[in-house]
Ligand binder design. Structure first.
Ligand code: GLU
Length: 390
């Protein structure tokens, strides 16, 4: 028999849908992809040029397993400028993608059977990564029909009181775009000290925030909690660098040390060429990211308006990230058994790929990525409307 933990792991549904859409495309079918969270923009030119230059300069060998010093320093500087908190060099590690940040967090922090609180809806990979590390995911809904998606501390308190080792906060959230506001975050940080758990904040959508909303900086809010907090970040979404595979973690030096040991025995260093490209991404950035964010903002508004006007669809305007997460429960009633079935039909008959809410722990919803062209968003939502009216 294979490893018992691994037998419980499901495939990533976001990536599985990418594969399915590719298959259809290979058959010559024109598929509109509103499923995977991947910018449709190309990596900005200045980053690509640096990547090419790194190859020509033979920056193609191993680096330190935990990443190059220059990139760590640049990320520390950036964090200080943006969030007013200073980390030192032994409090950061660079990973081959930020998924590995979550993976190493789980591996370093959890013992067999320890509980991890995951607000629901959640990003598909959290529970699977926790299970692979031997932990037990505990889900708490952070939405209701009246208030929509609101991270409110009170909702989490009962499970926190039952004892957790780790809390994973995705803010802005994948899939809802919700941001945990300062007052609630402060209570959560205080709880990490009072009830002794680690708080992993997944900031991979931190730059993708709209309407001038403020992003509350956790460690400025409650600096005393610094030893309990891990911050995970990524170049993928912000700089349209999904394939370059670079992410990072800030945490206390003990955690970073053990993450480094494990990384040195698993992946070794993150891709060298990508690390130099990532260094350029933050040190030479002008208005490239701001322009992409403005574009996402326009697309969000357009997608929101189109969905709002479909009968039986309930939708909240997301505060950040690049997903719309409408509740279509009423609209599919009597027509489809669940949102999984709806998404299958939408792909096979209408050739539009979205991710069913089941992947995020919430049947009744679908996730629509608006990291796609305006034309595709418009056409895709029109087909969603047709499929719902069928
Ligand atoms: N994080 C993105 C998503 O949710 C990319 C795919 C993945 O790794 O899940 O679609």
């Amino acid at each position: 028999m294979l490893n018992k933990r691994i037998l419980k792991i499901n495939k990533s549904s976001t990536l599985a849908i990418v594969e399915k859409a590719k298959e259809l495309r290979n058959q010559g079918i024109d598929v509109i992809t509103l499923s995977v969270g991947e910018p449709d923009f190309s990596t900005p030119n200045y980053i690509k040029q640096t990547g090419k230059g790194a190859i020509d300069d033979n920056k193609t060998r191993y680096t330190a397993a935990s990443g190059i010093k220059e990139l760590k320093e640049a990320l520390i500087k950036r964090y200080k400028e943006e969030q007013g908190v200073e980390f030192s060099l032994n409090e950061i590690i660079i990973h081959p993608g930020s998924k590995f940040s979550i993976y190493l967090t789980a591996s370093v922090v959890l013992n067999e059977g320890e509980r991890v609180l995951i607000p629901s809806p959640y990003w598909v990979s959290y529970p699977e990564i926790i299970k692979a590390a031997g932990g037990e995911p505990v889900f708490v809904k952070y939405w209701d029909n009246q208030n929509g998606f609101q991270y409110s501390f009170e909702k989490f308190l009962p499970e926190i009181k039952r004892g957790i080792k780790l809390f994973i906060l995705s803010s802005p959230s994948n899939p809802t775009g919700a941001i945990m506001k300062g007052a609630e975050l402060k209570k959560l940080l205080q709880a990490s000290l009072d009830y002794d758990f680690y708080l992993l904040i997944d900031e991979c959508y931190r730059r993708l925030i709209f309407d001038n909303l403020e992003y509350p900086s956790p460690l400025k809010i409650l600096p005393e909690a610094k030893d309990k907090v891990l911050v995970s970040g990524s170049f993928s979404k912000t700089y349209a660098m999904t394939g370059w595979r670079i992410g990072w973690t800030f945490a206390n030096s003990e955690i970073i040390d053990y993450m480094g040991r494990l990384q040195s025995h698993s992946t070794s260093n993150p891709p060298t060429i990508s690390q130099y490209a990532a260094l350029a991404a933050i040190t030479q950035e002008k208005d490239e990211v701001d322009k992409m964010v403005m574009e996402y903002n326009k697309r969000r508004d357009m997608g929101y308006e189109l969905l709002k006007n479909i009968n039986g669809v309930m939708i909240q305007k997301p505060e950040g990230a690049f997903y719309l997460f409408p509740n279509i429960k009423k609209a599919i009633k009597g027509k489809y058994d669940n949102t999984f079935q709806f998404a299958e039909k939408l792909l096979s008959k209408y050739h539009v790929a979205v991710v069913p809410g089941e992947a995020f722990g919430e049947e009744g919803f679908i996730r629509i990525s608006y990291a796609a062209s305006e034309k595709h968003i418009r056409e895709g939502i029109e087909k969603i409307k047709q499929a719902l009216n069928e």
